[in-house]
Design a protein around this ligand. Structure first.
Ligand code: AMP
Ligand code: MG
Length: 427
C-alpha cells in the first residue's frame, strides 16, 4: 500500500495548496484499491442487481444451443432457390418450439417451423409464412416461395451466436445490470459471485449543525449532508453506516473516527476541513491517520482532506451542501467504484448548447448546476438553475446535471457548447 508521500512524490507538480481536478483524480486512483476477490460471495440472481462481478462468468452452454428459426414460416435448403423462378416444395411436417422434430426433410421438401424451433441440419433458411402460398390437395400440401425475396441463411439463428460454451460471458468488474442478470439466467446459472458490498461510514461535523428533531437554535443549520451522502452512497450500491452528527470535541471525534475506521472500508465526513477552521476535525484526522489537506482549483468544493485512517480511506469533504455533492460526484464516486471492484468507465459527458453566457475564470474547474433538455431541432441545450451559491440545494434539486467548465476554459457565450456531467435521469 502506497503512503500519501509516495503518491505525492510520483505526481507531476503536486502542490496541496493548488491541485487541479485532474491531479485529484490521479491521486485518488493511487490511493484506492479494489476489494480482494477472497471476500467475494455467491448471491442469488434476484439479489445481484447493481452488484459487481468478482470473477468472469464462463458460459457452461452455447446460447442458443441449436440453430433455430427466427420466424414462423417454412424451413428449406436455399441451394434449391433459382434466380427468377418461384420454388414449390412439398410440406414434410411441422416443427414446434421446445422439441426437436423427428423426421427427415428430403430434397424438394420443406418444414413448417415456429419461431425458436430447432432447424434440422440440412435446412439453412426460413421463408416467413406471409411470403408463401400454401396449397393443399388431398394428403399433399405444397408451399410456394416467390423468387428474389430470400437468400441462404435468412431468418436463421445460429448455434452460439449469443454465446459459445466455454467463453467468458461477462467479465469480473462488470456491474450487474438488468441485461446482465438476463444473460446469466440464459446460461442456466442460478447464482453469481460478486464482490461484497463496500462499507462506507459517514458523519457530519460542526457545532452549528443540528440533527433532525432538535429544536432550531440561532445560527445553526439542519444537517442535510448526511442525507445527500446517504442517497448518493445508496444509489451506488454501498452498505451505509450512518454515524450522525459528531460534535466538535476531541474525545467525541476520536471515538467516531476510531469506530468508523473499524467498521468501514471508507469514511466520509463533511465540514471542518477549510482553512481557518477553529474546530478539532482536522487535528483529529492528522492525529489518527495519514491525511493530506488540499486546496483544489475548483468551484464549489475547494477544501478537501484525503488519506487513510487505519485501513479505511478517508474523504473529508467540505461542509457546504452543494460542495459535498460536487466533490462526491467528481472524486468520491469514481474512487468508491474502483474500491467496489468495478471496471465501469465514467459515463461520457454530454455536449449541450448553453442558453446563457457564463462567467468563468481560467485556472480552475467550475461546476454549475444546469438543466439539460432537448431543443426543438433535437439537439441538447442547457440552462443554469439559478443561484449557484455553494450552500444552495434548491438549484441542485432543479438541475439534472453539472455544467463542467474545465480548468483552462474561459467565459462561455450564448450558444457555445459545454460539457455536462449528468447526475439525474440516467437510470
Ligand atoms: P465548513 O466546511 O465546516 O466551514 O462548513 C461550511 C458551511 O457549510 C457551514 O457554514 C455550514 O453552514 C454548512 N454546513 C456544514 N456542515 C453541514 C451539514 N452537515 N449540513 C448542512 N450544512 C452544513
Ligand atoms: Mg465548520
Amino acid at each position: 500500500m502506497k503512503s500519501l508521500d509516495d503518491i505525492a512524490a510520483a505526481l507531476q507538480g503536486y502542490d496541496p495548496q493548488a491541485l487541479s481536478v485532474q491531479q485529484v483524480g490521479d491521486f485518488l486512483a493511487q490511493l484506492t484499491y479494489p476489494l480482494p476477490a477472497s471476500e467475494a460471495q455467491d448471491v442469488f440472481l434476484f439479489d445481484a442487481l447493481g452488484r459487481v462481478l468478482a470473477q468472469d462468468v464462463i458460459s457452461p452452454i452455447s446460447v442458443p444451443a441449436h440453430n433455430n428459426s427466427a420466424m414462423d414460416g417454412f424451413a428449406f435448403d436455399a441451394a434449391q432457390l433459382q434466380a427468377d423462378q418461384p420454388l414449390t416444395l412439398r410440406l414434410a411436417g411441422t416443427a414446434l418450439a421446445g422439441k426437436a422434430w423427428q423426421g427427415k426433410v428430403n430434397a424438394g421438401e420443406c418444414l413448417k417451423i415456429m419461431t425458436g424451433a430447432i432447424l434440422p441440419d440440412n435446412l439453412d433458411t426460413v421463408a416467413p409464412q406471409e411470403f408463401c402460398q400454401v396449397h393443399s390437395d388431398h394428403d399433399v400440401t405444397t408451399v410456394t416461395i416467390p423468387p428474389k425475396l430470400l437468400k441462404a441463411g435468412d431468418n436463421r439463428r445460429l448455434l452460439g451466436e449469443d454465446l459459445m460454451q466455454g467463453q467468458a460471458a461477462l467479465q469480473a468488474g462488470q456491474h450487474l445490470t438488468p441485461a446482465a442478470l438476463g444473460l446469466i439466467a440464459s446460461l442456466g446459472l442460478p447464482d453469481v459471485r460478486v464482490h461484497r458490498r463496500l462499507r462506507v461510514a459517514y458523519f457530519s461535523t460542526g457545532d452549528e449543525v443540528m440533527s433532525l428533531g432538535e429544536s432550531p437554535r440561532e445560527g445553526a443549520v439542519y444537517d442535510s449532508n448526511r442525507f445527500t451522502v446517504f442517497g448518493l452512497l445508496t444509489r451506488l450500491g454501498c452498505e451505509v453506516i450512518d454515524m450522525g452528527v459528531v460534535r466538535d470535541e476531541p474525545a467525541l471525534l476520536e471515538a467516531a473516527f476510531a469506530k468508523a475506521a473499524q467498521a468501514a472500508d471508507a469514511i466520509i465526513t463533511s465540514g471542518g476541513v477549510s482553512v481557518g477552521e477553529a474546530d478539532f476535525t482536522k487535528t483529529m484526522m492528522k492525529k489518527l491517520g495519514d491525511v493530506a489537506f488540499w486546496k483544489i482549483a475548483m468551484r464549489p468544493g475547494r477544501p478537501m482532506a484525503v488519506g487513510r485512517i487505519g485501513q479505511s480511506v478517508l474523504f473529508g469533504l467540505p461542509g457546504n451542501p452543494v460542495a459535498v455533492m460536487v466533490t462526491f460526484l467528481a472524486f468520491v464516486r469514481p474512487a468508491l467504484l474502483r474500491m467496489m471492484g468495478s471496471s465501469a468507465q465514467p459515463a461520457p459527458m454530454l455536449r449541450a448548447k448553453c442558453l446563457e453566457p457564463l462567467r468563468k475564470k481560467a485556472g480552475r474547474t467550475e461546476y454549475q448546476r444546469g438543466f439539460v433538455s432537448s431543443a426543438p431541432d433535437g439537439t441538447l441545450q442547457v440552462r443554469t438553475t439559478g443561484n449557484q451559491g455553494s450552500g444552495v440545494l434548491s438549484s441542485m434539486v432543479q438541475g439534472n446535471g453539472l455544467i463542467v467548465l474545465h480548468h483552462a476554459q474561459g467565459n462561455v457565450a450564448i450558444g457555445d457548447e459545454v460539457d455536462v456531467m449528468m447526475f439525474e435521469g440516467a437510470i
